[in-house]
Design a binder for this molecule. Structure first.
Ligand code: DAH
Length: 371
């Protein structure tokens, strides 16, 4: 596409018209031959290249030899020519892109590979758990990951300095010391604060599942990650009993893991439930016979639960009063149960994942297995 620089003898408008019409025709003719990415780039370099570009060479030569009165007109014409070249380049580029998306004609172009995403195993597991409860009439409630001490601890009946706070190594937000304890910000250590937030917003009856991310100051190893996930549940109504809790969780475990799964409940302690229980399911790997996965016990510990402690309802009522709302959680009429489970452990069990870190590594070789 290289061409000599013609010498211009005359710079009157008629001559410039003739010369530039010729150049425009040359540009247009070349543009029609641009079928490949390489020819497009060659065309661009030929005309607009910084050092050897024809446009630059022409304008340098002609502007130098032109008499002063002709220079403005020459300048305008070069600018128009440049705009024409750029817009042709733009058009060709767009046509090629449209073509590579499947609507163009150049079937020799490589197709634009659309990489199909896949649900992350954690998100998938969380959605499946939530779905089990939605089918029982529960709705989904969400809350913030940056919480106040009040929602994460105080309203859940963890008094200041209560030893139960030590069991949840809390990641606190910096520079909160000047605030009253209850207003200090921290990363929520569990999804339970959303119980409180929900009861402040809604009057009973409540049937809620609360999926979400939680944070603890745990050193990372094969079974611990400072970030992990929980699904919380809260059911509050009149006449809710421990039998409702047992029946609901037993049904949920069978719906999630298969109808052969059995559940059993052990006494436990959480400040916000009384009585509290830990729930085990019969080992899904050995059907309860005993294997390495269940440490030969036949059972796998899966979640914590209990009847909502009246102190929690009282804290909610008090706060509702402060907010100008009716204290509708009357502990003489209302009762409820709550539960919380770790999603990561369930996902690891379900997919045979040996290291929790894989769930957070962003490693495509791991993630692609779930596509
Ligand atoms: N929040 C507890 C934890 O993170 C789990 C839990 C236990 C939640 C019992 C509950 C419950 O709602 O009733 O260890």
């Amino acid at each position: 596409m290289s061409a000599a620089i013609p010498e211009l003898k005359q710079f009157d408008e008629a001559e410039l018209d003739r010369v530039f019409t010729g150049l425009e025709a040359e540009v247009a003719a070349q543009a029609r031959t641009l079928t490949s990415g390489e020819s497009l780039e060659a065309f661009r370099l030929h005309w607009l290249g910084r050092k050897q570009g024809r446009l630059g060479q022409l304008s340098a030569a002609w502007l130098k030899s032109a008499p002063a009165p002709a220079k403005p007109s020459l300048g305008v014409r070069f600018n128009q020519l440049k705009a024409q070249i750029e817009s042709l380049l733009q058009d060709s580029l767009q046509q090629r892109q449209a073509g590579s998306r499947g609507s163009g004609l150049d079937i020799t172009l490589p197709g634009a590979a659309l990489r199909i995403g896949a649900e992350h195993p954690l998100v998938k597991t969380m959605a499946e758990i939530v779905n089990v409860f939605q089918r029982m009439g529960y709705s989904v409630s969400l809350g913030p990951e940056v919480e106040t001490d009040f929602y994460n601890f105080e309203a859940l009946n963890f008094p200041p300095n209560h030893p139960a706070r030590d069991t949840q190594d809390t990641l606190v937000i910096a520079a909160q010391e000047q605030k009253p304890l209850r207003e200090r910000l921290l990363m929520r250590t569990h999804t339970s604060p959303v119980q409180i937030r929900s009861m402040l917003e809604q009057a009973p009856p409540l049937h809620l599942v609360i999926p979400g991310k939680v944070h603890r100051n745990d050193a990372a190893d094969a079974t611990h990650s400072p970030v992990f996930h929980q699904v919380e549940g809260l059911c509050v109504d009149t006449n809710i009993t421990f039998s409702d809790l047992k029946g609901t969780l037993d049904h949920a475990m069978k719906a999630f893991f298969g109808s052969a799964v059995k559940t059993r409940f052990f006494p436990s302690f959480f400040p916000f439930t009384e009585p509290s229980a830990d729930v085990q399911i019969s080992c899904i790997f050995c059907a309860g016979k005993g294997c390495r996965k269940c440490k030969h016990s036949g059972w796998i510990e899966l979640l914590g639960c209990g009847m909502v402690d009246p102190a929690v309802f009282e804290a909610v009522n008090q706060r509702r009063l402060q907010m100008g709302r009716e204290p509708v959680y009357d502990i003489r009429k209302i009762s409820g149960f709550a539960f919380g489970m770790g999603v990561d452990r369930i996902a690891m069990m379900k997919y045979g994942i040996g290291d929790i870190g894989l769930l957070y590594s962003g490693d495509l070789r791991f993630l692609e297995q779930f596509a």
